[in-house]
Every structure is written in C-alpha cells, then in structure tokens.
Design a protein around this ligand. Structure first.
Ligand SMILES: [Zn+2]
Length: 278
C-alpha cells in the first residue's frame, strides 16, 4: 500500500507553532535589550541642569544659552535672596519659557554648626528650627512660586543638602508637596535605583568643560540619570564654573541629543515615579 510523503495537518500545525514561538522569543529579547539600553524616553541617559540660589547670572548668562539650545533647566529659588526679590518679573518670564522654578525655601536655612557654615545666620540655623516651622516655610515658598508660574507640581532642593530640622528629618512631611527632591550626594543612578526624594547631584565648582563632559559620557555608558548642580556660572558665587566650560558641556549635550534626554527635574521626577522604583 502506497503511503503519502506529504506532511499531515498536525505536523504542519506543530511546525508553524514552533516557528511562531521562536519568532516571539527573538522579538522579546530584542525589545528587552532595547529597553535596557535606552531607558530614558528611548535615550541612553537623562541629564538635569539645575541652578541654585536665584543668582543674577542664571537670568543673564544661563537662561539665554539654554533657550538658544532648546534646553529646559530647573532653577531652585530661595525667595529671600536678592537675585529673586529684585527680579521677580524676570523669573516669571523664565517660567513662561518652560523652565522649572524649583523650591529652595524662603530663607535657605542650613545647619550652622557644620564646618564652613559660618555664613548661616542664627535666625536661619536649621538646628534651631522645628520640623513644623521648616514645613510651613517650604509650603509658603510653594505658594509664592505658584503665584509666579501657576503650577502645583514642582521639585524641591534641600538647602545645603540638610534633611533635618532640629534633630528630626523633615523629608517625610514634605513628600506630598513635591514630585521629587534633589540632594547633594554625587551619585548617578539607573532608573530603578533612584529614590525620587533623594536624587543625587554633582556639585560643579571649577571643573573644566572636558571634566563635565566626562560625567555625561559616564551617564551614557551607565544608562543613568546625571544631575548637575550649578551655583555661579561666570561668577557671583564662591562655587563657580566659567562661562566657557559651562557652554562647552551644553554644546556636547546638544551634539549628542539623540542619546541624551535633557529635561527639568520635575519632568524627570514624573518619569521616575511612573517607571522607576519610587
Ligand atoms: Zn542653596
């Protein structure tokens, strides 16, 4: 009796199913690989440009440069500083151009007894604050900033990186008031490692443009978030970076924009809250 060599329907079904399963495995592996390599809005890393203490140089030197490159920064404002009180209308204009006005309190209280803190006035020594007083001050700063930009979502920067009023942490008490908060510890972390209420930052003081670019390259290699913490840019503060070095790093960011997500802290905090561990 002659038997047919053509495969039966069960065999065809099995082969088809096997091929589909393999294709799915390859596709999944490819997609997972892609996510791992480009976790920040499909880019390799994220960079936040943050500028502290409401300096005139931020308005005069930094904002025009960021605007010319299409970057949005975060400006952590302390309302009692002269660069804020004398130039409120300029800060309103900064917010209208898409930059974040971040909360850095009203009076910039810090723990005065630590080395190098001789400049802290006794009235604004965090060691003498209560948690309640600190929270009230921070919330009033939020109200003030809202009158400038109309926004209810923003981030906070711990003055001097201090997280205690008196002997108690105030961090938990302000969580509901912010999408995130920036610390001062020099660390770059991956998306799933970030505590959004203690985001690390690299304090810039005297580094060359090449040194700043090296940090960006490291963030790209690690697929990490890199937060720059600037004070003076071309002067006005003891912690300072030159205009040329600052500009050089920003041009590098622009030249590598396809791999680097540059965004204000509030946008990055939102992204981390949606996709990270927090
Ligand atoms: Zn500060």
């Amino acid at each position: 009796m002659k038997t047919s060599n053509s495969p039966g329907p069960v065999f065809v079904w099995a082969v088809t199913r096997c091929v589909c399963a393999i294709a799915l495995m390859v596709l999944t592996a490819f997609t997972t690989e892609g996510q791992d390599k480009e976790p920040w809005h499909t880019k390799k890393c994220a960079v936040a440009l943050t500028y502290d203490d409401a300096l005139n140089v931020h308005l005069d030197n930094v904002v025009p440069l960021l605007d010319s490159l299409g970057f949005k920064g975060t400006f952590y404002l302390s309302a009692s500083f002269p660069g804020f009180s004398a130039r409120v209308s300029d800060w309103i204009s900064v917010s209208k151009r898409g930059h974040e006005l971040g909360n850095h309190t009203l009076f910039h209280p810090c723990e005065g007894s630590l080395p190098g803190r001789e400049w802290v006035k006794p009235d604004y020594d965090l060691k003498k604050y209560t948690v309640g007083r600190m929270v009230d001050e921070i919330r009033m700063a939020n109200t003030l900033l809202q009158t400038l930009d109309g926004k209810t979502e923003r981030t906070f920067a711990y003055p001097c990186g201090d997280m205690k009023a008196g002997d108690s942490s105030y961090v938990e008490k302000i969580r509901a008031d912010f999408l995130g908060a920036r610390g001062v510890e020099g660390k770059m972390q991956k998306l799933d490692e970030i505590d959004v209420y203690d985001v690390g930052a690299y304090m810039v003081n005297g580094q060359s443009g090449d040194e700043l670019i090296r940090l960006v390259k490291e963030a790209m290699a690690k697929h990490a978030l890199l937060v720059f913490l600037f004070h003076g840019v071309g002067g006005e503060h003891a912690l300072n970076v030159s205009l040329d070095d600052h500009r050089k790093m920003l041009y590098f960011l622009k030249d590598n924009e396809k791999d680097i997500w540059v965004a204000p802290m509030v946008e990055i905090a939102k992204y981390v809250r949606e996709r990270g561990k927090s």
